[in-house]
Design a protein. Structure first.
Length: 361
């Protein structure tokens, strides 16, 4: 069968989820898989503005983002929002619609709501025959993910399933698969050898500071909170942050920009201090890595934290000083660390990719 794994680049999570499914299809099936960024098939202005405007708002105006995120999830505004999105998509996605029609896919697996909306609209009009699988890449569900014409929704947890059912989706169309992650994150590794490879001390408590793809948050303060610990900082796309940290020449701090071996850094770490994005959380869960959250973006990230609290996973809403105290608790008590590990295992879904692929028949 001919299968499309499609995303839209607005943050790294949607891309990584689609890529994990695509790689799983290539490696474990005989299906023909295509991996596409929906924005590559939009008009040039939209292609540039879509990710840049998102990055600007969440980094510079997060409260405004949170306001509109909550507003657009209200029931009363849905008819207006659907009307606006139809016009918005019609103007900007002509090439994407033509591509989907011409390629005549058997399945379309979408990890972002833009491609989800365009594909489901074409299906409702009878212009494509593909079955559509929507993979929700957060632990909560915003109404923007929902479109008539979608065959299956794949969600992160039982809590997520209960939530999407309250939004009117039929239970037979919802599957708790987890958010798909690359299988490299769930592979057991020799930590001592890996620390040597990464240039880390083998016997020092290691904290991974993950700033998200935009490199946001009070990173210097977090580094100071890790006194006496080994720290690995991932700056993502934030080159200015990377240069600033390198110049400070911290002791026991390894600074990295955008990396393609996050699975290795997670494998050698004892705790991750992170932005609570859906993909980052899922990668940490399958890596069995306890988490402390900081600088959650109002909206999807604060909602992720809310859901994880239901499972007693992660520490959130803490000041820098309080984060320092929590890290010291992890460092000094094996029982505290082991309890956190056991809780991550309860929610981890290392087989998410295979469970999603199993829906293809």
């Amino acid at each position: 069968m001919k299968i499309l794994c499609i995303h839209a680049t607005a943050g790294a999570g949607h891309l990584k989820a689609a890529e994990a499914i695509h790689n799983g299809l290539i490696k474990h099936t005989e299906h023909q898989s295509f991996f596409v960024d929906a924005l590559d098939y939009t008009n040039p202005i939209f292609q540039k503005l879509y990710p840049k405007s998102y990055a600007f708002i969440v980094s510079r105006l997060p409260k405004l983002w949170g306001f509109f995120f909550a507003l657009l999830d209200q029931v009363w505004i849905q008819p207006l929002m659907r009307w606006g999105r139809r016009i918005y998509n019609y103007v900007n996605t002509k090439r994407l619609r033509e591509y989907l029609i011409a390629m005549d896919f058997d399945y379309i697996i979408s990890t972002q709501f833009l491609s989800n909306e365009v594909a489901s609209a074409l299906k409702r009009k009878g212009k494509i025959r593909a079955k559509i699988i929507t993979v929700v890449t957060d632990f909560d569900v915003h109404r923007i993910w929902l479109s008539k014409g979608v065959d299956y929704y794949c969600v992160a947890s039982d809590w997520t399933k209960r939530k999407i059912l309250t939004l009117g989706v039929s239970e037979e169309n919802v599957f708790v698969t987890g958010i798909p992650t690359d299988e490299k994150f769930s592979v057991q590794r020799d930590v001592v050898q890996l620390k040597a490879k990464l240039g880390l001390h083998k016997d020092i408590f290691t904290v991974l500071v993950a700033t998200g793809s935009f490199g946001m948050g009070p990173i210097e303060g977090l580094i100071e909170a890790c006194q006496g610990m080994q720290v690995v900082v991932i700056c993502g796309h934030n080159k200015a942050l990377y240069e600033r940290l390198i110049q400070k020449n911290y002791d026991l701090v390894k600074v990295n920009g955008l990396v393609d071996n996050m699975y290795e850094f997670m494998a050698v770490s004892d705790v991750m201090v992170t932005k609570p994005g859906g993909l980052s959380i899922s990668e940490a869960l399958v890596s069995e890595l306890p988490m402390i959250f900081f600088s959650a973006i109002p909206g999807q990230e604060t909602n992720n934290v809310k859901v994880l609290k239901e499972y007693e996973i992660g520490i959130s809403d803490k000041s820098i000083q309080e984060i320092s105290q929590e890290l010291k608790r992890f460092q000094s008590s094996k029982d505290v660390h082991m309890t956190a590990l056991k809780k991550t295992k309860r929610l981890a879904r290392p087989n998410a990719v295979n469970d999603i692929i199993a829906l293809i028949q």
